[in-house]
Design a protein around this ligand. Structure first.
Ligand SMILES: [Zn+2]
Length: 153
């Protein structure tokens, strides 16, 4: 049973949505499960607890996640616009469009902690690909280490 679960390659999209390490797709990237624990939700593990992959590759590594977060927010807004159009519709004679803007803004604020976590997972998966040999210690080393600059981002 255990060997079978190691051989099986977890689904990439599902592991991103669950914020799993992209190297093994099994270990948690974040220390706390609850994304709405707003004091702790962005605290990351230094290494993957399962395969030991470093999760912060260099100082400022996650600076680029704002682009991912923005792209995801645009996609979600487009999807909510289509859903609103299909379910409620738009008209020039009432405020339904303004209501969509308001509801969409509230939606984006409510899911912001999830978006921030998923953006980091997507970003890391650009640089650290899944390895079927993760159990043999197949990791990607940090690009650079500068502990003094580590918390400046
Ligand atoms: Zn891992």
């Amino acid at each position: 049973m255990c060997a079978e679960s190691i051989d099986k390659r977890p689904n990439g999209v599902w592991s991103i949505l669950q914020c799993k390490c992209p190297r093994c797709r099994r270990g948690d990237m974040f220390q706390y499960k609850n994304p709405y624990d707003l004091k702790n939700f962005m605290k990351m593990n230094d290494h993957c607890p399962v395969c030991n992959q470093p999760l912060d590759m260099e100082p400022g590594f996650y600076y680029g996640t704002n682009m991912i977060s923005y792209a995801l927010a645009v996609l979600i807004s487009a999807a909510s616009l289509l859903a609103w159009w299909g379910l409620i519709g738009f008209s020039l004679k009432d405020n339904r469009f303004l209501w969509w803007i308001f509801v969409n803004a509230v939606l984006l604020i409510v899911i912001q902690p999830l978006l921030m976590r998923i953006s980091r997972t997507v970003w890391l998966s650009f640089f650290v690909r899944y390895s079927p040999n993760w159990a043999e210690g197949d990791i990607i080393e940090r690009y650079s280490v500068n502990k003094e600059q580590g918390n400046n981002w």
